[in-house]
Design a protein around this ligand. Structure first.
Ligand code: PHE
Length: 340
């Protein structure tokens, strides 16, 4: 019986050392020290022993039980510690791992150009005005000396919500609005989106942006217009920039002109950017037509003014050497992130 006890102890210790699951531990506890376990059945069989053997085996059996129980406790503690370590490892936070970078946006090239133009004109005393993109036909055309059936309405066809409401085709509509609410002397620019029925290509879009400019005061003439726009061009494109005015026609200005700047890439010699011309057109302008002043309740005998309309996309393409206007509207961040 003594040998049997030693064999049980040896086996129990081996099995307990190998156990790695709490469930297995419980199985072993039941198998060795449980009510129907091996040790219990040995103790139960003690009655068949001689009176001399009984206390010796009894003492040994108790010793074995104590050892197995100690081993059980040890294995339970070992498992608990392991489990604790696993839990901690799972919860570990490595504070030295770099954070997920948050992408910072950049300003759209059109915004950059608009701000620069605004800065230049506000430094000359112009204020910045705004007007609606859904506009009355009256402000977009009639008040600008372009009555119904005027051919200029054809070249600026647009989306009509009703007979007299449309998507504005030019920021010039804001001139007309501004003159209704402000008395001369006045000096304003108005940046904004405009719409025209046009097919999309590298230099055209049915949606684009202009900056309108308007001055009305006493004794304003073509020379003031040329002075201000020359100054603007040199501030925007560089001090060596020259300008050239070509006669043109707009219903709301008389005389009217388109203005070119000397090509800042080749200095006027002719290159790919200016298509060999040496000059690049950037705006339309002119002396405000007396009819336009009259429509706004301003006496053309006392006051006169000039107006101009700059294409923002055109300036952005030139300034940043972008060769396709569609890039400005596709919102591809790989393109947009090149500007800031
Ligand atoms: N509104 C004109 C256009 O869109 C530009 C312009 C503005 C011309 C002001 C003269 C004066 O073509």
């Amino acid at each position: 019986m003594k040998e049997k006890l030693d064999e049980i102890l040896g086996r129990a210790i081996r099995e307990l050392d190998q156990a790695d699951q709490p469930q297995r531990l419980e199985e072993l506890r039941v198998a060795y020290t449980g009510k129907k376990g091996e040790l219990t059945s040995i103790l139960r069989g003690m009655g068949s022993l001689s009176p001399e053997e009984r206390p010796v085996i009894g003492a040994r059996a108790n010793e074995v039980r104590a050892k197995i129980e100690a081993k059980l406790a040890e294995a339970a503690a070992r498992m608990k510690k392991k489990e604790e370590e696993r839990r901690l490892a799972g919860e570990t936070i490595d504070v030295t791992v770099p954070g997920t970078p948050c992408r910072i946006g950049s300003r759209h090239p059109l915004t950059l150009v608009r701000r620069e133009i605004e800065d230049i004109f506000t430094s000359m005393g112009f204020s910045v005005a705004e007007g609606p993109e859904v506009e009355f036909g009256y402000y977009n055309f009639d008040a600008l000396n372009t009555p119904a059936n005027h051919p200029a309405r054809d070249v600026q066809d647009t989306f009509y919500f009703s007979d007299n409401m449309l998507l504005r085709t030019q920021t010039s509509s804001v001139q007309a609005r501004f003159m209704e609410n402000h008395k001369p002397p006045l000096r304003m620019i108005c940046p904004g989106a405009v719409y025209r029925s046009d097919d999309v290509d590298a230099t055209h879009s049915p949606f684009f942006h202009q900056i309108e400019g308007l001055i009305v005061d006493r004794n304003i003439g073509l020379s003031d217009l040329k002075g201000a726009l020359t100054q603007f061009s040199q501030m925007f494109f560089g001090p060596e920039t020259r300008v050239r005015f070509r006669p043109h026609h707009f219903p709301f200005t008389e005389p009217s002109a388109e203005m070119d700047v000397s090509c800042f890439a080749c200095g006027g010699a002719g290159c790919r950017l200016c298509k060999g011309e040496g000059w690049i057109e950037i705006l339309g302008a002119g002396v405000v037509h007396p009819n336009v002043l009259r429509m706004a309740g301003i006496d053309p005998e006392i006051y006169s003014g000039y107006a101009f309309g700059i294409g923002q996309e055109r300036l952005a393409l030139l300034k940043y050497k972008i060769d396709d206007m569609r890039l400005l509207f596709e919102n591809d961040t790989r393109f947009l992130h090149q500007f800031y």
